[in-house]
Design a protein around this ligand. Structure first.
Ligand code: HEC
Length: 445
């Protein structure tokens, strides 16, 4: 029996080189000083796989297109088995991935692991960071809720500021005439086709170079080596497990908000970017008028070029961590700057705007409206007091968001006010319309 297994393994190895490759992978030497600080790359890779897997699972039930996207997402959250969890894993996975990638870069930076001969490995790492941020930026639009819509309006306005190429770029991303179906299609294609391909290619190149030059020793005089397995593999696996545990708990316990569907008429909405872009948002406040482009395009470009230039500026020999005071000071200053900008942005976020509550309710009209509401089948899509369908937004607080006039115009042509809406148009007689609106405005919070 044993010999049969061995023969089979031998045959497979002979034909494919699989066993040799696996052995080589696990038994490759890494510096003996490698340990916990070096786990972040592996954790980032794990999180990338999580994004790919949960992204594919979401795509199986997602209908890409303004309006449909929102409805299919409500369907995923409420109806699909483990759909809520899947969305949580994808959302919090992206958040965690940004954090872990930042830790990975920070570790490489303070250890000076970007130094000769690893300059290209570092540059590819910077590209990977940009691809990751690109995923965040394009994915932000895909739920097609108000937050997604208005956030993307801000982003696309910033791209228009790019000197010379601005108009061209905004045509390219389908935002020349505002954020709409074309923008959605472009972002979706970028998020699911272009960026994944770029990501796979760049990760492969990055890992090939890591293997080619070996892991950088934590200290210059460290010539001791030992195999990747079991010592470093153990560290990596423990770190991945901790990351997975944190991610799973976040996905299971923290709801990812889904606001109401994108509403281009809602000009009172205060758009916010994803938290890791907040610092940029905040730094824009320092620039006004013609100088805005300095903050929105100039500074980020300089920051990216500076990151790429680091290995060519700092060309000294590898040093011990304790001797890298300048690098540590730069790292601390960067973190402090980033955090204070982010905190300032959070502090200046206004509480959501509310319109005055409804008054003078006619109880007879309310009763008539309640009956009409069920007769017309509104409850198949909307929830009232926790009962009803999930396709449209819950209507209990609709009076806080909408005026009577808005709702009446919306009845006749939902798509005109909420582009892509799947709510059918209704032409009620005037009294019925009054009754329905009065009923909706009478609902408790
Ligand atoms: C086929 C499903 C469907 C039916 C049936 C339906 N709606 Fe809707 N409704 C939606 C969707 C989806 C939205 C969100 C998009 C939009 O604003 O049009 C919506 C939005 C609304 C809004 C705006 C809510 C907000 O917060 O912006 C109101 C009010 C509303 N519906 C009332 C009704 C009433 C009253 C009826 C019955 C006469 C009804 N709907 C029937 C799907 C439906």
């Amino acid at each position: 029996m044993n010999t049969l297994v061995q023969q089979t393994i031998g045959w497979v190895d002979n034909r494919t080189g699989l066993r040799t490759a696996i052995r080589k992978f696990f038994l490759e030497d890494v510096p003996a000083s490698t340990g916990w600080p070096q786990v972040f790359g592996s954790v980032a890779l794990f999180l990338l796989l999580n994004q790919a897997l949960t992204g594919i699972l979401l795509a199986f039930n997602y209908s890409p297109g303004p309006g449909d996207a929102y409805s299919s997402l409500t369907y995923i959250i409420h109806q699909v088995a483990a759909g809520h969890l899947m969305r949580g894993l994808h959302h919090w996975g992206s958040t965690l991935m940004i954090i872990v990638v930042a830790c990975h870069m920070l570790q490489v930076f303070v250890y000076g692991a970007y130094k000769k001969p690893r300059e290209v490995t570092w540059a590819l790492g910077v590209v990977l960071l940009l691809i990751t941020l690109g995923f965040g930026l394009t994915g932000y639009l895909l739920p097609w809720d108000n937050k997604a819509y208005w956030g993307t309006v801000v982003t696309t306005q910033i791209t228009q500021q790019v000197p010379f190429a601005g108009a061209y770029i905004s045509t390219l991303i389908g935002a020349a005439n505002g954020v709409g179906a074309l923008t959605f299609a472009r972002f979706y294609a970028l998020h699911t086709l272009v960026l994944p391909a770029l990501m796979i290619f760049t990760v492969a190149a990055h890992l090939t170079l890591v293997r080619r030059h070996g892991v950088a020793p934590a200290a210059p005089d460290d010539q001791h080596k030992r195999p990747f397995y079991p010592h470093q593999l153990f560290h990596d696996v423990v770190a991945i497990f901790i990351a997975f545990l944190a991610l799973f708990l976040a996905a299971a316990l923290i709801d990812v908000p889904l606001e109401r569907m994108a509403d281009p008429t809602d000009t009172t909405y205060v758009p916010r970017p994803e938290w890791y872009f907040l610092f940029l948002f905040q730094s824009l406040k320092f620039f006004h008028g013609p100088f805005e482009v300095v903050g929105s395009v100039g500074l980020p470009t300089v920051a990216i070029l500076a990151m790429l230039a680091i290995p060519f500026i700092d060309r000294g020999r590898m040093r011990k961590l304790t001797e890298r005071t300048a690098a540590i000071a730069v790292a601390i200053l960067t973190i402090a700057g980033w955090s204070s900008l982010t905190l300032a942005a959070v502090a200046s976020t206004p509480a959501s705007l509310t319109s005055p509550p409804p008054t003078a309710l006619d109880s007879k009209l309310v009763a008539k409206g309640a009956v009409l509401y069920v007769k017309a089948g509104c409850d198949s899509c909307h929830q009232v007091n926790g009962v009803g369908g999930h396709i449209g937004p819950a209507l209990n607080r609709v009076a806080k968001r909408r005026s009577k006039e808005w709702i009446e115009r919306h009845f006749v042509a939902p798509g005109a006010l909420s582009p892509g809406s799947i709510m059918p148009p209704y032409r009620f007689p005037k009294e019925d319309q009054d009754a329905l609106v009065t009923y909706l405005f009478s609902l408790p919070d």
